[in-house]
Design a protein around this ligand. Structure first.
Ligand code: ATP
Length: 240
């Protein structure tokens, strides 16, 4: 089922953070959401995951209208997000952090535990399962955050800057991990990312926002060649 944001406008007082943005993520598609700082990317992901109610517009999963539902309702429908800063539960073990994802989907505790271990093994974290979540390195914590998101069995996975703070060599590994997730779980992926090389190599489709509006959308090649996109980025870097 496609995840659709139809003409989403979000106002914060007098500020229009997104202005009539329409975007679609299909199952198995990896969509990049890019744009200069303050373009409205996080606001749009907040709307798509139920963390922000739009001032106007609708969010649909297939034909189902999710607009106005609580964020738990979005998660139950299979729309799962990650945050720029991984938010593992610090008082729990690594495994327990993943187990809560399964338990929230109604899976019994024992089965959740087994499934969490399998998932952690896939993410090369089998030997960390019983450690406190505070005992992980930065890269391990990010992988555990992805594992926890997958335990919620997403139909669509929304990733907010997954490569932030990740070394260039690890960014390639991360791209392979995200592609692997798409292939294995069949979910759609929407990824906000400032690392252009990663976005261009990872995504099937790219959506570009600038000051709350869509300025371009298309294949990586089309976006690379787009003059409006170039000048939005040059303008942003010149202003810094
Ligand atoms: N809760 C809020 N209250 C008021 N203004 C907000 C709020 N959240 C975001 N904004 C404003 O909305 C605009 C869009 O912000 P948003 O965080 O969505 O941009 P972004 O593209 O994700 O930026 P960045 O790349 O810097 O994370 C910005 O001008 C921001 O200051």
């Amino acid at each position: 089922m496609d995840l659709n944001a139809d003409s989403i406008t979000v106002r914060f007082g007098g500020l229009v953070a997104t202005d009539g943005v329409t975007i679609r993520v299909r199952p198995r598609q990896i969509v990049g959401l890019i744009g200069p700082n303050g373009a409205g990317k996080t606001t749009l992901v907040n709307v798509l995951s139920g963390f922000q109610r739009p001032s106007a517009g609708r969010v649909r999963l297939g034909e189902e209208d999710l607009t106005g539902r609580a964020r738990d309702g979005f998660a139950r429908s299979g729309i799962v997000r990650t945050f720029q800063a991984v938010r593992l539960f610090r008082s729990m073990t690594v495994s327990e952090n993943v187990e809560v994802g399964y338990v929230s989907r109604g899976i019994a505790r024992g089965a959740a535990r087994r499934k969490a271990r399998e998932l952690l093994a896939e993410f090369d974290l089998a030997d960390k399962a019983d450690l406190p979540a505070t005992g992980l390195s930065y890269g391990q914590e990010r992988r555990a955050g992805l594992a926890r998101a997958l335990a919620m069995e997403p139909r669509h996975l929304l990733l907010d800057e997954p490569a932030a703070g990740v070394a260039p060599a690890e960014a390639d590994e991360l791209a392979a991990t995200i592609r692997g997730i798409r292939d294995r779980y069949g979910c759609g992926v929407l990824v906000i990312e400032h690392n252009m090389a990663l976005v261009m190599s990872l995504c099937d489709h790219i959506h570009v926002l600038d000051t709350g509006r869509t300025i371009a959308a298309g294949t990586p090649d089309a976006i690379r060649a787009d003059e409006t996109v170039r000048s939005a980025y040059l303008g942003a870097s010149a202003a810094r």
